[in-house]
Design a protein around this ligand. Structure first.
Ligand SMILES: [Zn+2]
Length: 72
């Protein structure tokens, strides 16, 4: 079974997060739940980032639209 990339969405001020890896949660047998958690960071000026959970699943981190301070 293959998994599409998972997506995590962060608010405008968020620079770090902890999210469960759904693929790990699905696949785990004897794994403790905490081993499925992804600890990630995203620079405040970055809109998207990529990371890999400790079991190799791909995670895409998105920053949701920030307030219109720099609007068109
Ligand atoms: Zn995973």
């Amino acid at each position: 079974m293959t998994w599409e990339r998972q997506h995590v969405w962060l608010g405008p001020e968020t620079t770090s997060f902890e999210e469960p890896c759904e693929a790990c949660l699905f696949a785990r047998d004897s794994l403790a739940a905490e081993t499925c958690v992804i600890h990630g960071t995203l620079r405040r000026d970055a809109d998207v980032g990529f990371m890999t959970c400790r079991r190799g699943h791909r995670i895409v981190v998105h920053r949701i639209a920030r307030p219109l301070a720099r609007a068109l």
